[in-house]
Design a protein around this ligand. Structure first.
Ligand code: ZN
Length: 203
């Protein structure tokens, strides 16, 4: 009688990698301690960072631990003023470069930044695209679960259209993450779908 199939054990994770990962989570929690999500629930911002890191870790072909670390840190330059040099010193050049690749230039107007995300998406590395895809998935989920205070339906709809345009511009990245994005998009599209007479412009 043949023995039942067993799930192969995951490759061992080095204590060093676990220490770096938990240090990044702690660093992110401290850096974003005063920040909350825009949604009516005002969730602690770190919830978003942990969700993005978890999504990246669940890619069909996940990046290594450095990519999950960068996912935890992906908003700390843009939102709370951590510098690239600090990231290099704390987590090394590769993590810093990944974070910078998904960081908007806040000196530009919001519309321009949104457009540049679409323009830059095809040129990102696969690791950066994993973070981008996970970020947009987390944001669309949050948009439905706890919509930003004061956002009218048209603004919500434009965000959904724009998030999909960024993900489409990334091209094929990872089937598992793409499926999770499509699920989040379908729910958001149902919630904030196009209303008659509305144009389909990218915001
Ligand atoms: Zn984010």
């Amino acid at each position: 009688m043949s023995s039942p199939p067993t799930t192969p054990a995951p490759p061992p994770t080095t204590p060093h990698a676990v220490a770096r990962l938990t240090r990044a989570a702690h660093f992110a929690a401290r850096a974003h301690k005063a920040q909350q999500r825009k949604g009516v629930d005002a969730e602690p911002y770190v919830n978003h960072l942990l969700e993005v890191a978890e999504l990246v870790a669940h890619a069909e072909r996940p990046g290594d631990v450095e990519v999950v670390i960068a996912a935890l840190l992906h908003d700390c330059v843009e939102d709370v003023g951590v510098t690239e040099l600090e990231l290099v010193a704390e987590f090394g050049a590769r993590v810093a470069a990944l974070v910078m690749a998904v960081t908007d230039d806040k000196s530009l107007p919001s519309d321009r930044r949104k457009w540049l995300q679409i323009e830059h998406a095809p040129h990102l590395s696969r690791d950066a695209k994993l973070i981008k895809l996970a970020d947009k998935t987390s944001n669309l989920r949050a948009l439905v679960r706890t919509p930003p205070t004061g956002w009218r339906r048209e603004r919500l709809h434009h965000y959904v259209v724009w998030a999909k345009a960024v993900v489409d511009a990334c091209g094929p990245v990872d089937p598992a993450l793409e499926r999770l994005f499509r699920e989040a998009y379908a729910v958001a599209e149902t919630a904030y779908g196009r209303v008659d007479g509305e144009r389909e412009d990218i915001p």
